[in-house]
Design a protein around this ligand. Structure first.
Ligand SMILES: NC(=O)c1ccc[n+]([C@@H]2O[C@H](COP(=O)([O-])OP(=O)(O)OC[C@H]3O[C@@H](n4cnc5c(N)ncnc54)[C@H](O)[C@@H]3O)[C@@H](O)[C@H]2O)c1
Length: 341
């Protein structure tokens, strides 16, 4: 391999700009060689925007090149499995957008292909790389909270009109709330307190006729650390609520999108500011990916760590459909760790 990891980006849609900015922020470790999209104008426009050497409509040709070490998969969810498996078969390290897969069986096939090929395989859990979440996690890990009782997390928003991406409305791509947002929210809830879910119970309803999937979801998780969590998601909140409260023996921690507040049972409230970097966490995410490739190690948010959030998304879906509590270990077998740190 060359000194720098040589990257091909597959898919030139919305999220490709974040990957390109993330790689650009790590110039000592990597360079993007080519961007591919079926839509030529999109590929060429990203090429020009980021000053890339090449754009192509032929993703398959990217996999066949010896001067590409790694790929970013920035495609609609249902294309993740065929493209990740193809990347592995071609010996390319792979960073794949979230939701990594549409179900656990699919993730397991992708993980097996990457393991057989000996390539690094990472899920784009970008929230893990935001300064606010890294700082909040480090704060929790000091033990200052004591025993955690309960966590509330919410992700609200307004989304009542058709998006420019029609594939989002296709049920075969999964649900926007459970897969699109849940891939971030369930992962960060569990990762912050290093406590994956043991059981999941969820309710969901389709209310807005433009959606074929639930626009309101509430889920209760029991977590490995003995606490429980309440995850609230809605596309109808009219404002963009996005925060978390962790209630514990020694106080309450409130985690926002750029600061966290610690109110101890006794003592003054502390406010810790951790503004979002200009890449929204993608500098850290892409930097971690290429560092893991160079150092031949498991990255943060590896595919086996992402099995937790994949199983949680599937458990939420199952619980909504069947009205029952889903036990993750009984349903999906054994899991590895949720983090390398
Ligand atoms: N991390 C985040 O916060 C975040 C935000 C947005 C999207 N995403 C994820 O990124 C993925 C892509 O989402 P998006 O919003 O960029 O979608 P998009 O529709 O904007 O872009 C997808 C691109 O893939 C191209 N494409 C489709 N089939 C192809 C093929 N066979 N070969 C080459 N190109 C092909 C399309 O032409 C399109 O340009 C999704 O899984 C989504 O969940 C993540």
């Amino acid at each position: 391999m060359a000194d720098k990891v040589r990257v091909g980006v597959i898919g030139a849609g919305v999220i490709s700009a974040s990957h390109l900015a993330g790689y650009r922020a790590n110039p000592d470790r990597c360079e993007v060689v080519v961007i591919a999209d079926l839509d030529r104008s999109r590929a060429e426009s990203r090429r020009d925007e980021f000053g890339l050497p090449e754009a192509t409509t032929d993703a398959e040709a990217v996999f066949g090149r010896d001067d590409i070490d790694a790929v970013s998969i920035c495609l609609p969810h249902s294309l993740h499995e065929p493209f990740v498996v193809r990347a592995a078969e071609a010996g390319k390290h792979v960073l794949c957008e979230k939701p990594f897969a549409l179900n656990v069986a699919s993730l397991d096939r992708m993980a097996a292909a990457c393991q057989a090929a000996g390539v690094v395989c990472m899920s784009a859990q970008v929230l893990r790389f935001r300064a606010i979440h890294q700082a909040a996690r480090a704060f929790i890990r000091t033990g200052v909270l004591g025993r955690i009782h309960q966590t509330w997390r919410r992700r609200g928003g307004i989304s009542r009109s058709l998006s420019q991406n029609p594939w989002i409305y296709d049920r075969k791509q999964g649900s926007l709330v459970v897969h699109g947002f849940g891939a971030h929210e369930y992962d960060i809830l569990m990762w912050l307190q290093d406590a994956p879910a043991e059981t999941v119970y969820a309710c969901g309803r389709v209310n807005n006729p433009i959606w074929d999937t639930e626009d309101e979801v509430s889920a209760v998780f029991t977590l490995r650390d003995g606490s429980f969590a309440n995850m609230r998601q809605s596309l109808n909140t009219l404002d963009g609520g996005w925060d978390e409260y962790i209630m514990a023996d020694h106080g309450c921690l409130k985690v926002g999108s750029s600061s966290f507040e610690w109110q101890p049972v006794e003592g003054e409230k502390q406010v810790h500011e951790h503004p979002l970097d200009p890449t929204g966490g993608f500098a850290g995410e892409c930097g971690e990916f290429v560092a893991a490739v160079q150092e031949d190690r498991e990255p943060e948010a590896s595919v086996r760590q992402a099995r937790w959030v994949q199983a949680t998304m599937e458990a939420v879906e199952t619980s909504i459909r069947e009205g029952r509590v889903v036990n993750l270990r009984e349903e999906f077998g054994e899991f590895g760790p949720i983090s390398v740190s």
